[in-house]
Ligand binder design. Sequence first.
Ligand code: SAH
Length: 519
Amino acid sequence: MTDKHEKSAGRVCLVGAGPGDAGLITRYGHALLCDADVVIHDALVLPALLQETKPTAELIDVGKRHADHKMTQDEINALLVEKAQQGGLVVRLKGGDPFLFGRGGEEAAYVAAHGIRCDIVPGVTAGVAAPSMVGIPVTHRRHASSVTFITGHEDPDKPESSHDYAALAGLIGAGGTLCVYMGMNKLDLIVEQLQRQGVSAEMPAAVVQWGATPRQRSVRSTVGQLADDVRDSGCYAPAIIVIGQVAGIDEAGMQTYTHRPLFGKRIVITRTRTQASSHAAHLSALGAEILEAPTLRIEEPDDATWAKIDDALRHLDRYDWLVLTSANGVAMLADRMAHLGLDSRSFAPVKIAAIGNATGGALFDRLHVHSDLTPRTYVAESLAAELLEAGAANQRLLLLRADIARQALPELLGEAGAAIDEFPIYRNVPETELPVHVLDVLRRGKVDWITFTSSSTVRNMIELLGDERDLLQNVKVASIGPITSKTARELGLTVTVEAEPSNMDGLVEAMVRYEMNGQ
Ligand code: SAH
């Protein structure tokens, strides 16, 4: 789908990111984003969208001010060409649709003029998406048979507005809809001009700020009142102004975005960098704003340990069971098998136990094998008990897991007479500092939830906060299971909800239940 063979030539794809929500990018755009070597994006593109890029992808925010300097359009054009000339796939990710008020046309022309292939992937534009997220259809069989998109931000070199307000007023009067992008600074002027040209002060009007994102807010009003109502509400850019009969449509049940169960909640997630993205995507889809605070990094074992693991993997017939206790372990195992030139046939002589459905799922996704045993509850004690029930007492087990795992599993099995080879197939290395923006939001008291997915994430988070550990006092804590909760309590935290079952879905479910029912 993404023309991998053309990578060496270097090319640019102008991709529409949609209005913000990670679910509103096109499938083609998403595939390119996942494959990109370089992503050059605007400030309006939310972090949730960037989480699925390759770990090696270079992410460049050209919307941000660097030392009080915002990149000019000429600099962005030059950067696109420079990166494409280095080879690889350059994705220019732009909010909404790349050709609608986004200078995409200029960028595409510049890139093409340099002999570089440039593809365009359309996107869902804010002028349609933001109104729809509050239940305003921009056209409607009874109320509006045309829609006009204008920008409130015009070329500063032009002395006069290029908009023909008489014509716009005529369109609205004839039952059309007007959607204004980048118009919040000129709101007074726009509504005044329209009224002067005959639009009634009673004509419905609305503003939707940060549509289709966890920060969505909106104001419903009339042309006569809109400027005052917006000032009172404190809504600001980025927002779409909608004027016309459709802005008055307010059917119960049409408020699609703000009805999401975790709408607007800020959630800090503490996982390893590699694990975080699917969890984050799930929470974002429920309307939450995600702040990632990786507390752990996964690293490979040392050479001596690899040598022992390699030997075991080449001779799996020495064992009765292979026991895996995390999706990380499975990922490391799959990569190592590929490295050794082994495939799933190696598993034929052994039975496989997986601690939970995430581990079992990873096993199937990565290696296409099913586990023979998954305990009813996803903790080491249950796994040990069920392995023993399955006859593991006097058998040989190969246990591949993290270097800092609890000893309960090998101890219980060992006491029952099992012969265990335990090798750490990955190392959990604590991160040394929290991302600055996460600390900043915590200090401002703006975090609703923090999720912990293992005892070590709790310990590391507390360690990373140091003297500022009290910042978590007013944050609701979601824990993956009883062991993690116990660690959290020992470290002075109050656990608000605990996952049931003890997996990522259970964790999300518990937060949703709490937010819906207050429990
Ligand atoms: N190419 C973009 C528009 C870029 S101009 C598109 O097709 O949507 C930037 C303007 O778009 C902002 O000033 C605002 O008016 C609007 N905008 C972008 N994202 C928005 C959002 N999520 N909610 C409301 N307005 C948005």
